[in-house]
Design a protein. Structure first.
Length: 428
């Protein structure tokens, strides 16, 4: 239980009248955290916190994973930026040792600030200081973890870049005729076939298998146990949701995904009708959030692994690579696969100008190009709006006479967008 003496030990509140310190003690939560426990997660609602004892680590989700950006020691506060701006937390705060933290919710803080304006002035000044640090952090370009070397129209190079992008791995991309390539990897020439992957230590791996890439980058490719309470087949939104619910109940939970978390939704440029995101969310952002949540709760996520068969009698799951796992419950969340067009010769063009899906990471490759999107559903409309900001012209190919739909595009893109049916073409 918090006492006025605990409140007086915090410099921000030390000058308050005894009645105000008593009010804060009664209104605040007294959090006792074990090492690794979070006081607040990035993205949570605003509140003001103060460290009474222990040590709090400040982390932020960035390209390449969660990074340490600071510490909070006894007597210091955090939450000043969300409180001042009325925004969500820009970072996470977790105990690095047994800690005790005060939490004052926003409504109670504003009552205290109205009675003691000096508190609001001090919190605002600290918020401005912290914002400067956050701006400097945001200005730093992400450090590429690997460099992809390959031709633009090489399907293997496209698959490798897609795999890295969907697994949130920051990478550079050089073509074999790049002048920079000769400096960084002199042994690589434009005549070498297939893509290669270059690492910061100078290692160059030619035509790498995706599982080997995942292993080298620290992505989990093997289960840590032979038996689980729940094994989930598929890492799309449904599979990740099942992982969150299972792990949150203390179940040993494993997700097996053949490519990258997020499933088909992970390739969407914008999802406007997903519960909990009133302003919409991109597919990769949804995947990152769900993945972080599942991992935080203890679920394991395997990538580049396939399920060969499931034995319902013994509840065994047989993976490629001769791994056999057993579970009390097996959940199938396999999603869907793209229906391939039955056009002679199209397979040889996959990755060379013909693609299934409309991943946001592909938009930059369409700069100045003419793009044709086959279909007129929600995904096609969202993709058209996104690609129109990059491509010279985007054309929707529609089987019907109209692409009008209550859930279709509602704003005019900056680029050229056309609709083409079997009978006519028109500018939208």
């Amino acid at each position: 239980m918090l006492t006025p003496e605990d409140i007086a030990a915090i410099p921000l509140f030390a000058g308050l009248a005894p009645a105000d310190r008593e009010r804060i003690a009664q209104a605040s939560a007294d959090l006792h955290l074990r090492p690794g426990e979070y006081a607040v997660h990035e993205g949570e609602e605003r509140a003001l916190y103060a460290v009474l004892s222990g040590k709090i680590e400040v982390t932020k989700r960035m390209e390449g994973g969660e990074k340490n950006i600071g510490w909070r020691l006894p007597g210091t506060i955090f939450g000043e930026v969300p409180i001042t701006l009325g925004a969500a937390f820009p970072g996470s705060f977790r105990a690095s040792e047994p800690s005790r933290v005060l939490r004052l919710d926003a409504r109670q803080y504003y009552i205290i600030a109205a009675a003691a304006p000096q508190v609001a002035v001090a919190v605002g000044a600290l918020a401005r200081e912290r914002l400067g640090g956050l701006q400097g952090l945001a200005a730093k370009p992400p450090t590429p973890r690997v460099t992809v070397i390959g031709h633009r129209w090489d399907p293997s190079c496209h698959d490798l870049r897609r795999f890295l992008a969907r697994n949130q791995v920051v990478f550079d991309w050089l073509t074999p005729d790049s002048t920079e390539l000769a400096t960084r990897w002199p042994g690589m020439t434009a005549d070498d076939g297939g893509p290669a992957l270059g690492f910061p230590d100078g290692t160059l791996v030619a035509r790498p298998a995706l599982r080997d890439v995942a292993h080298r980058l620290g992505l989990q490719t093997a289960a840590r146990s032979a038996e689980y309470d729940t094994i989930i087949v598929g890492g799309g939104p449904a599979g990740l949701a099942a992982a969150v619910y299972g792990a949150s109940e203390g179940l040993r939970t494993l997700v097996v995904e053949r490519e990258a978390p997020g499933g088909q939704a992970g390739t969407s440029s914008r999802i406007e009708n997903y519960l909990g995101f009133p302003n919409g969310v991109s597919g990769d952002e949804l995947a990152v959030r769900a993945l972080d949540q599942a991992k935080r709760l203890g679920a394991e996520i395997l990538v580049t692994r396939r399920i060969l068969r499931v034995d319902p009698g013994t509840r065994q799951v047989f993976l490629d690579g001769d791994d056999v796992l057993r579970a009390q419950t097996i959940i199938l969340a396999t999603g869907v696969s793209w229906r391939r067009l039955d056009i002679e010769g199209i397979d040889r063009l996959i990755g060379k100008g013909v693609y299934y899906g409309a991943a946001r990471s592909e938009a930059g490759n369409t700069q100045g190009q003419d793009v044709f999107l086959i279909g007129a559903g929600n995904s096609a409309g969202q993709a058209a709006l996104h690609f129109a900001s990059h491509a010279r012209c985007v054309t929707l190919l529609v089987r019907g006479d109209s692409c009008s739909c209550s859930s279709g595009p509602t704003r005019r893109p900056s680029g050229c967008l056309r609709r083409s049916s079997a009978t006519h073409a028109a500018t939208c």
